[in-house]
Design a protein around this ligand. Structure first.
Ligand code: HPA
Length: 269
């Protein structure tokens, strides 16, 4: 990752936000619009941000909402990059690393995920308690990330306990059902076979998706706090099949709850 490009991207984010960022948010499949009206600022195309790749997946817009939310300077990335697009890990984590260089201390990562926990229902929200990186790769392979603490990164409490506590508190206050579960990150883009879903359940996963884990690793390498939310769009083992339209539908239905959780985290972190 080129430090110069990263600094140019960070300068741009700071300029648009009116100073050092406090918080960065990554909006997963179907969540694109949830913060647009709430952030007091501007929306820019990824093309304006130095070094930023451009997304190719439906439901991933490729724009950043930059400004203030509850008095905090934020960027919300609408659209992310995935390994299954053939992207390098450096592309996948670029938004996170650029926001970290612009000062962001707290990262709210959201995604759409399949439930493997049989108690989950489509439309449920899961707070990520921990993850399993089953992608077979890492953004920390090769040259160390600009600004990284070192080669080996502690992944205990990767999802900040104080932010998880805050999320649980808000959920009970707002009457939102919030599961606490383990997210397994896979390459995709084929959804899991029944055998794979059973395997994931057996090794302790509650939900499965194709994003987030590499972003969390990058953020932790840069010593940033992470909180993650998975919207359960489908559940494996209930006899139904999985489609991308179903994923986008469920995301649209729960967008309001997700927006409230994100707002609460930003306001209180
Ligand atoms: N598997 C992987 N990723 C997903 C799923 C799933 O079932 N649903 C939404 N994203």
């Amino acid at each position: 990752m080129k430090r110069k490009r990263l600094e140019a991207a960070a300068d741009y984010l700071r300029e648009k936000a009116g100073g050092e960022l406090d918080c960065a948010i990554v909006l997963g499949s179907g969540f694109g619009a949830v913060l647009r009206e709430r952030i007091d600022g501007t929306t820019v195309s990824y093309k304006k941000i130095e070094g930023m790749p451009t997304p190719t997946v439906a439901g991933h817009a490729g724009e950043a909402h930059i400004g203030t939310l509850h008095g905090r300077r934020v960027v919300a990335f609408s659209g992310r990059f995935h390994l299954y697009e053939g992207r390098a890990t450096g592309d996948v984590i670029y938004p996170v690393v650029a926001a970290a260089h612009a000062g962001a201390k707290t990262f709210v990562l959201t995604n759409a995920a399949g439930g493997v926990n049989q108690d989950y229902r489509p439309g449920d929200l899961m707070l990520i308690a921990d993850h399993m990186n089953l992608t077979g790769t890492s953004p920390l392979i090769g040259a160390t990330l600009p600004g990284a603490r070192g080669r080996f990164v502690d992944m205990a409490d990767a999802y900040a306990p104080h932010l998880r506590e805050l999320a649980r508190h808000m959920a009970s206050e707002y009457g939102i059902v919030l599961h606490d579960g383990v997210y397994a990150g896979l390459v995709g883009p084929a959804y899991e076979t029944p055998a794979e879903a059973r395997y994931l359940r057996m090794i302790g996963a509650d939900a499965v998706g194709m994003s987030t884990v590499l972003e969390t690793i990058a953020a932790r390498a840069l010593d940033r706090d992470v909180v993650g939310f998975s919207l359960i769009t489908n559940v494996h083992g209930n006899g139904s099949s999985t489609s991308h339209d179903e994923v986008l539908d469920a995301a649209a239905r729960s967008a309001e709850n997700v927006a409230r959780m994100i707002e609460g985290i930003v306001a209180n972190s």
